[in-house]
Design a protein around this ligand. Structure first.
Ligand code: IPE
Ligand code: IPE
Ligand code: MG
Length: 236
């Protein structure tokens, strides 16, 4: 069957999941980590080549400092705990976003695993951290403009591969399937350029409740869609 090559997920609804249970939002984030582990394994089983998870947006820095600190602590703990499994499953870790703005400890763990898994040949797991799609495009435009000014890039040869090469995602293919949990139907500044022709899948499930079966359902739904890329059905 036609498995999506690149699946991206907006993992949303941790806070509401916890509040529904009369628990603090942090409890939702802890349980969200469990879903991350399950879904990474499941995507790997489905032989998805690229899985990209929206873990922390540039806008999320505006949350109460206690919540931001909890998220960063969970990130460090998860990276430490999961390193071996990632490695043994032949998964390559990658990160996109303004990684420089992350706390030193996060950058250290992230850098270590990215380096240690760089020769793995299985699924590429990309974490979007301090990520914003508009900020990514802005950064690319700025870098390209500098290169045009310095005559490193010539406007006559300009095509979309030049833009791709200046995005955080330069080594990733376009997204085939974008999943968002929690019932919200918006993109929230996630991969803007890269989802131009992605199939969108929204589910009401909160992220901590999103199971292996739910992931499989999304893949099945994707397989039923006809991706026409502007053509007619007959032309495909
Ligand atoms: C997603 O869950 C996790 C992050 C954004 C870090 P939320 O924390 O946004 O949970 P809700 O949407 O408020 O329920
Ligand atoms: C998007 O979720 C960011 C992540 C899942 C990391 P948000 O909860 O921050 O998005 P909004 O505020 O509902 O648009
Ligand atoms: Mg949310």
């Amino acid at each position: 069957m036609n498995t999506p090559n690149h699946v991206a997920i907006i993992m949303d609804g941790n806070g509401r999941w916890a509040e529904q249970k009369g628990m603090p939002r942090e409890f939702g984030h802890q349980n969200g980590v469990r879903s991350v582990k399950k879904i990474v394994e499941e995507a790997n089983k489905h032989k998805v080549k690229y899985l990209t998870l929206f873990a922390f947006s540039v806008e999320n820095w505006e949350r109460p400092s206690y919540e931001v600190e909890t998220l960063m602590r969970l990130l460090v703990e998860t990276l430490r705990d999961e390193f071996e499994d990632l490695f043994n499953n032949n998964i390559r870790l990658n990160a996109i976003g303004d990684v420089k703005s992350l706390p030193n400890e996060v950058r250290y763990e992230l850098g270590k695993i990215i380096n240690n898994t760089k020769d793995n040949t299985g699924m590429t797991l990309t974490l979007a951290l301090s990520y914003g799609g508009k900020q990514e495009i802005f950064k690319a435009v700025k870098e390209i403009s500098e290169k045009v000014k310095n005559e490193i890039i010539c406007l006559d040869n300009f095509d979309d591969s030049i833009i791709n090469d200046h995005l955080y995602t330069k080594n990733l293919p376009d997204v085939d399937l974008l999943i968002r949990t929690s019932g919200e139907q918006r993109i929230s500044n996630f991969l803007l350029w890269q989802i131009a022709y992605a199939e969108l899948y929204f589910t009401k499930k909160y992220w901590p409740d999103f199971s292996e079966e739910d992931f499989t359902d999304a893949i099945i739904e994707y397989q039923k869609r006809e991706r026409r890329f502007g053509k007619t059905s007959k032309q495909l």
